[in-house]
Design a protein around this ligand. Structure first.
Ligand SMILES: *Cc1c(COP(=O)(O)O)cnc(C)c1O
Length: 432
């Protein structure tokens, strides 16, 4: 088949101020057999015009809080490696040993022949850490969310999510076919209204009772605020719904034993599905669902992102297990305390430079900026000053709610934070 991009469309692209794309468009048109590239060029051009174009930045080396980008070493305030474990010698060593023992790849899906001892050891360690009967790991947190939701819900069920829930849950919602309802961020009366609505839906879904699942993050990834988990648990119990808590940014940081916010609020036995990611504070890669043995048994059968996907690489599983061991040790507590001190220091520095952050108690400290272009300008200015802080824009956050998202690691030093403060101060002076 042969499609031509309508001439009007092409003209629109050519008269766009983004010359790179226009030139690319003309060059492609000479060779184009279909309208494939011209269409994509038009779309990319529209993203650029709206200050929403994203491009990959190659990082040539990463050493904890430093990132070599474009031949320069930048001070990195953008990583989710909150406890600084991704560069920890114990995790590196565990990864290397696992490669030596099992090889670089897992060979197959867990249900074929990829269910290696390292995966089982990691899952036992995860269940013990989270205080649940069992745990199941996935290659990514994204896959864990997708697997769990698609396994548990179908047409005729109801999924109720916080407005700011992570994209992996939104995508899973679309895929599972359940009726989706969104409650205003952390708004308990709106959640209750949605639960009441769910109660009026059909009581059956196929041959089984209909299900209602509420999903929230514990620590919100782009806002750094906390979900009122106690109230959510009370509400879901009163309405006979189930709860899934995405602890991507809570695991390792909250609770006496650093299990997460579910532990901090004393709710371990009352949350049906606890999700964790292993690529943030745990310092490795992967995702996990923790809960009852029956939940894990069901996921092994029904979670499509588990069944039809090659097992996580041995190195990642072994590193995650080593990361969990450190989190549970005195070193984990020391690192956490250090992180909170640095977060307080960062907030002080931001306020005195005239960039007041939102009030949060998390290693994620967002500074609301508003316009997408402005957030990008700040990010570029900071990079020129030797500091890497990403501009977070739509679709990660709502349009017009762009922000700078500062994240801190236990490996930062007080001098690092002071350097950031100086850079921000200089930028603020230039602006005024
Ligand atoms: C990072 C993240 C995920 C996805 O985890 P990956 O392991 O990166 O795929 C899911 N939920 C939240 C809230 C996250 O921040």
């Amino acid at each position: 088949m042969h499609f031509e991009l309508p001439e009007t469309e092409l003209r629109r692209v050519e008269s766009s101020p983004t010359r790179g794309f226009a030139a690319g468009c003309r060059a492609v048109r000479l060779r184009a057999v279909t309208n494939f590239d011209p269409q994509l060029i038009a779309e990319l051009s529209a993203l650029r015009d709206a200050d929403l174009l994203r491009e990959l930045r190659r990082v040539d080396s990463l050493a904890g809080t430093r990132a070599a980008i474009g031949g320069r070493e930048l001070l990195n305030f953008s990583s989710n490696d909150y406890l600084g474990l991704a560069q920890h010698p114990a995790l590196k060593e565990a990864a290397v040993k696992a490669v030596e023992k099992f090889g670089s790849g897992s060979g197959a899906s867990r249900l074929v022949c990829g269910s290696l001892a390292v995966h089982h050891e990691l899952e036992e360690a995860l269940a013990a850490f989270k205080g649940t009967e069992a745990a199941l790991t996935f290659s990514t947190g994204y896959a864990a969310a997708q697997g769990a939701i698609v396994a548990l819900l179908g047409k005729g069920d109801v999924l109720i999510v916080d407005k700011l829930i992570h994209a992996c849950i939104v995508d899973a919602a679309k895929l599972c076919g359940a009726k989706l309802r969104v409650f205003r961020h952390n708004d308990m009366s709106d959640l209750e209204a949605k639960l009441k609505w769910a109660g009026k839906q059909s009581a059956v879904s196929g041959l089984r009772p209909a299900r209602t699942l509420v999903v929230t993050e514990s620590v919100f990834s782009m806002d750094g605020d906390l979900a009122p988990l106690r109230n959510i648990v009370e509400l879901k119990e009163r309405h006979g719904a189930w709860l899934m808590v995405d602890e991507a940014h809570g695991t390792g940081l909250f609770g006496k034993r650093r299990r997460g916010l579910v532990e901090e609020f004393g709710l371990t036995g009352r949350v049906e599905i606890q999700m964790a990611t292993l690529g943030k504070a745990v310092g490795a890669a992967g995702g996990a669902i923790c809960g009852s043995r029956k939940l894990v048994d069901l996921l092994v059968n029904r979670a499509r992102s588990f069944v039809f996907s090659t097992a996580p690489v041995p190195a990642a599983a072994a590193a995650a297990r080593a990361g969990l061991a450190i989190i549970q040790s005195q070193e984990g507590e020391t690192r956490r305390q250090r992180l909170w001190l640095l977060v307080e220091e960062l907030k002080r520095v931001l306020i005195s430079a005239g960039f007041p952050p939102s009030a949060v108690r998390a290693p994620i400290v967002p500074v609301p900026v508003g316009a997408e272009a402005r957030a990008v300008q700040f990010s570029v200015a900071l990079r020129e000053a030797g500091v890497f802080v990403p501009a977070i824009r739509y679709p990660t956050v709502a349009r017009g709610a762009a922000r700078l998202r500062f994240t801190v690691s236990a490996e930062h030093t007080a001098e690092d934070i002071a350097t950031l403060g100086d850079a921000l101060g200089a930028i603020a002076n230039r602006q005024s």
